[in-house]
Design a protein around this ligand. Structure first.
Ligand SMILES: NC(=O)c1ccc[n+]([C@@H]2O[C@H](COP(=O)([O-])OP(=O)(O)OC[C@H]3O[C@@H](n4cnc5c(N)ncnc54)[C@H](O)[C@@H]3O)[C@@H](O)[C@H]2O)c1
Length: 335
């Protein structure tokens, strides 16, 4: 029997990149469930929607009747859950949607998988995609967090993801559901909704608009190309140990200010700026409340056990990404 993957949030940033890679790598069926919130965009995957083994379902992961029907009608064998409210600033302004989608939605998916698979877990997997933000903020000299580190989420977003991770763990320990959990660092790449740092700064810089930087801009994040993240997820689906958690990261810590400056330099290069650098557009604005200073992951488990390493470098990717957003400005303006 060929597998049928349920890819939730497949019209979002990482989900759409994953869908594209999965389409090349599997001969099974790919069912996408996406509510098409402000962050979901069918234009991200329009080339795939006409393929015979791809089906798009417009719906919400918190809709238990719908989710249960999808499991029954499509004989789902794998779940890869990307669907989430994902922007920290929005979680500060309106946390309710984060509780609903990120916690209740994951509960709904877990229950539907448990009921549909009914103890027959052969060739069944439930992969939940989560974030490094669950481990909380690190000091400059703290060692990177491994999979055994305690959870210390600080934002409503991070706490809702942390809660969902705990649900996934409990459904594995209590009901034997074959789960996999991944915690990944900041992704960059094409088709990212332009509220997140990198696409926002690229598009503003291309338009000659101000480039807002929170506080001193010295918050440190680890950065990973979305294609490396998606490769890691496929590998974990193929060879990961059921019930385990894997950290995924790029071993590439940078301050936000450094990222913004690199983007400015790449934009200057692309637009052949002779009238002064785009760096002059940088504006330091009031910091986000509770803003974590640093995230950093120890990814040696994934390297050691599954032989994964990241392939893309941030420094060479930034100019390519600037060009991608430049050439796809119409896409960026669609939502
Ligand atoms: N972007 C990152 O840097 C990053 C890093 C680590 C982990 N993650 C995690 O990866 C996942 C995907 O992140 P992203 O950046 O692609 O997010 P995104 O915001 O770009 O996309 C989320 C997608 O989920 C859909 N969605 C939202 N609520 C839904 C609901 N109730 N039902 C069905 N669909 C719904 C949206 O329409 C959208 O297509 C998230 O779980 C996020 O926490 C993201």
């Amino acid at each position: 029997m060929k597998p049928t993957w349920l890819i939730t949030g497949g019209a979002g940033f990482i989900g759409s990149n994953f869908l594209r890679l999965a389409y090349q790598r599997t001969d099974g069926r790919l069912v996408i469930l996406d509510a098409l919130t402000y962050a979901g965009n069918l234009a991200n995957i329009k080339d795939l929607l006409t393929q015979p083994n791809v089906e798009f379902i417009h719906g919400d992961i918190t809709d238990s009747d719908l989710v249960e029907k999808i499991f029954q009608n499509h004989n789902i064998t794998q779940v890869i859950n990307f669907a989430a409210e994902s922007h920290v600033d929005r979680s500060i302004l309106g946390p309710k949607a984060f509780i609903k989608t990120n916690i209740e939605g994951v509960f709904t998916l877990l229950e539907a998988a448990k009921n549909a698979w009914n103890g027959n877990f052969n060739n069944r997997l439930f992969l939940h995609v989560s974030t490094d933000e669950v481990y909380g903020s690190l000091k400059p000299n703290d060692s990177p967090r491994d999979e055994t580190a305690p959870y210390r989420p600080n934002s409503p977003y991070a706490s809702s993801k942390a809660a969902s991770d705990h649900l996934v763990r409990a459904w594995n320990k209590t009901y034997g559901l074959p789960t996999l959990l991944t915690n990944c660092t900041n992704n960059y790449g094409p088709w990212q909704f332009p509220e997140k740092l990198i696409p926002l700064v690229i598009l503003n810089a291309l338009d000659g608009k101000e480039l807002p930087v929170y506080g001193d801009g010295l918050q440190i994040r680890d950065w990973l190309h979305v294609s490396d993240h998606c490769e890691a997820l496929l590998l974990i689906l193929e060879r990961g140990k059921v019930g385990e958690t894997y950290n995924i990261g790029g071993n590439c810590e940078r301050t936000n200010l450094t990222i913004v400056e690199r983007i400015c330099d790449a934009v200057d290069g692309l637009l052949d700026k002779k009238m002064g650098s785009t760096r002059s557009l940088i504006r330091h604005v009031t910091d986000r409340p509770g803003h974590d200073r640093r995230y950093s992951l120890n990814t040696s488990k994934l390297n050691r056990e599954l032989g994964w390493t990241s392939k893309q470098s941030l420094d060479t990717s930034i100019p390519e990404l600037v060009r991608w957003y430049f050439e796809n400005r119409e896409w960026a303006g669609k939502k």
